[in-house]
Design a binder for this molecule. Structure first.
Ligand code: TRP
Length: 449
């Protein structure tokens, strides 16, 4: 490889970047609403168990392959074995990951664009620009295009600046802001009437729901998406980690941060819904289910902010700033997958690769915006429901079966000399070989039936 590869400059930087990737709209939006519609704390419980039993080992598979190969997802998977057939399959899986990352980025960009529009709406309100603020919350193709273009521009400008100067720098700045905003918003919502009812719904488990198959499947899918697994995102981040770092520990920290923020976001969203109900907003649909889709973020919460009067203006800004930050630290991790592959496999500069790959993903976003009813849900299902688990299995198989046991041990030993006698080494290798793929297949099969 001609160009020297970038690297995270510190442990903190890697944790912020990887947690930034993991903590996204999936945490702040997906997790709380899934919890509310799946038996409250029962779902939290199942989710936490599955996250550790299944998502953490799969995360480790990606991090280890990445750091071992020190390359993009295509080269990494293609280089694990000298057998030409395995190597060919590895490259194929890698390219599939690159395409998936791009497709996930294209629908994510549209949703993130909506968050930016609502953020702009809040700012325009404070500035007294009523026409602009109204336009920004009225759904239209022009508005969606504008939001997507701006968001894609933000993502590209961070990625173009490289690993340390782009991904690490911005994740380390934005993630602490995200956490502070989250805590401030919770503190405010808790003082409002109705919040405690929501808190009870969130925290009292309805144990009759714990073993429902649909709950298990939702929890698994959510855990996978939330830890950014199955497209090579964590593999490429792992490839930028220093050889002296203890990978199982770093992976565990990232998993814990992701879980903690998802849980904390629930403390905000569910009580906020009940505060909204208290102030007269409808939060259940005709079927008696909690409104969880776009209606929650773009109707229920905004009408709550309006009901809060002047304070509500600022609360709305803080909330959509939180959502936009969560989105951008995740979207950069998606774009890094195709960009790193292009930089290492062609002679393109990082800037050129970012512009080409970023524009290609944006072009798909535009296509989706113009054919919204046809494509939006289709692309989401195709990528997150069907493809991510399948590729997740492939990553486990490559880490468990293709990467030689000895190479694996050497890789892990570099950051932790005593790894051989650790619980991790006793359990993880066979776990990732057998248990993970089987569990993923089982849930996958269930979700198809
Ligand atoms: N984990 C992010 C979230 O919770 C989304 C995400 C980032 C992602 N990178 C990914 C999902 C790669 C799948 C694959 O919103």
């Amino acid at each position: 490889m001609s160009t020297p590869r970038g690297q995270f400059s510190s442990r903190f930087g890697f944790i912020m970047a990887a947690a930034g990737s993991a903590v996204g709209l999936g945490n702040v939006w997906g997790f709380p609403t899934q919890t509310a519609s799946n038996g409250g704390a029962a779902f939290v419980l199942v989710y936490f168990v599955l996250a550790f039993l299944l998502a953490y080992p799969a995360l480790m598979a990606e991090l280890i392959i990445g750091r071992h190969a020190r390359a993009n997802v295509v080269t990494a998977l293609g280089s694990l074995s000298s057998n030409p057939i395995t190597s060919f399959i590895g490259k194929g899986v890698g390219y599939y990951g690159v395409i998936l990352a791009g497709l996930i980025l294209s629908f994510y960009t549209i949703v993130a664009g909506w968050m930016l529009s609502h953020l702009g709406h809040g700012i325009a309100n404070v500035a007294g620009m009523t026409t602009v603020s109204q336009w920004l919350i009225t759904s239209s193709i022009t508005r969606d295009l504008m939001g997507s273009v701006i968001f894609a521009g933000l993502t590209m400008s961070i990625i173009a600046s490289g690993i340390e100067g782009g991904i690490e720098k911005w994740s380390s700045r934005l993630m602490p802001i995200l956490m502070v905003l989250l805590v401030l918003l919770i503190a405010y919502v808790f003082t409002q009437p109705g919040a405690m009812t929501g808190l009870k719904v969130y925290l009292l488990p309805d144990l009759s729901q714990v073993l429902k198959p649909s709950l298990l499947i939702s929890a698994l899918g959510q855990a996978f998406f939330s830890l950014s697994l199955g497209v090579g995102t964590m593999l490429i981040y792992g490839s930028y980690v220093d050889k002296n770092e203890n990978l199982p520990k770093l992976g565990a920290i990232v998993t814990c941060v992701d879980l903690a923020i998802a849980f904390t976001a629930g403390l905000l969203i569910i009580p906020a819904m009940y505060v909204a109900q208290h102030s007269g907003t409808v939060i259940f649909n005709e079927a008696g289910e909690l409104i969880t889709e776009t209606g929650l973020i773009f109707q229920v919460l905004p009408s709550l902010f309006t009901a809060m009067g002047n304070t509500g203006l600022w609360v709305a800004i803080a909330f959509f700033a939180l959502m936009s930050i969560a989105a951008v630290t995740s979207s950069i991790s998606m774009l890094e997958v195709p960009v790193s592959t292009a930089v290492e496999k062609t002679r393109l500069s990082r800037l050129a690769a970012t512009l080409i790959m970023g524009s290609a993903c944006l072009a798909i976003s535009v296509l989706i915006i113009f054919n919204f009813d046809l494509l939006f849900v289709f692309v989401i299902d195709l990528t997150t429901k069907y493809s991510e688990p399948l590729l997740g299995i492939m990553f486990c198989i490559f880490a468990g079966w293709i990467l030689q046991r000895n190479a694996l041990l050497q890789e892990l030993k570099q950051g932790n000399a005593a790894i051989e006698s650790s619980l991790f080494w006793k359990i993880w290798p066979w776990y990732v070989r057998v248990v993970c793929p089987l569990l993923i297949v089982a849930t996958f099969a269930q979700s198809l039936s």
